[in-house]
Design a protein. Sequence first.
Length: 260
Amino acid sequence: MMHDANRNRPLVGVVCDRFFIGEHDLHSAKHSYVRALMAGSRVSPVLIPASQDIDSIEGYLDGVSGLLFPGGASNVEARRYGGPVDADMLVDPDRDHVALELMRGAAARGMPFLAICRGFQEMNVAFGGTLHADIHASGHSADHLEDLDEDLHIRYRYRHDVELVAMGALSALAGGQRVRVNSLHRQGVAALAPSLTVEARAPDGLIEAYRLNGHDFALGVQWHPEAMMESDALSRALFEAFGASCRLYAALHAAAHHES
């Protein structure tokens, strides 16, 4: 029997990747994100499929009190931000279709959302920014690159420092302005979307976190807090703050529904 404590937890949508295993067409999200939401945010995650057959995202937004845009193996399609198309780049147009619309819809409603790695890149594109298709080709540090030959628990170790912006949302959660992060990515921010404010930068100047202006909780981080939620103070604080914001959103909307 499920524990009664889960009954009143707000639902948080997790955007899926779409990919194939053999002939099987799958929608999936990594368990590390689900676990971090359940243990750290104390919410109930539900998966949102990645499909271009979805004509409207309003029903999904009506059913949840927050959204998580997780990392993924694929890259945001270059056509989404006017970049040069690379036929060899792994892309997921179905996820792009759903994620970008969900993010804009959540922003319009004031719904909390947390964007991680690929989700961080989606966030910049959703609000009018552009990406470097390959940050290492553009002259940034190799410290950002994932080594697929490493064991998974080693791969997600601390990679480099980031400098948090003074008096920002992340520096408040961290209690300081410098932290170590496990940042692993190939794409990165080129031109920042006008409605985003930088929250953190890597030593090579690359933007590693930002927030959406005028929004109570809409944060994007390039690194992987879900992989270190139990051992890293900022990762834990980030998921806890996200959960608190989702509960507040759920309570306010429940009260508004009751009054109507």
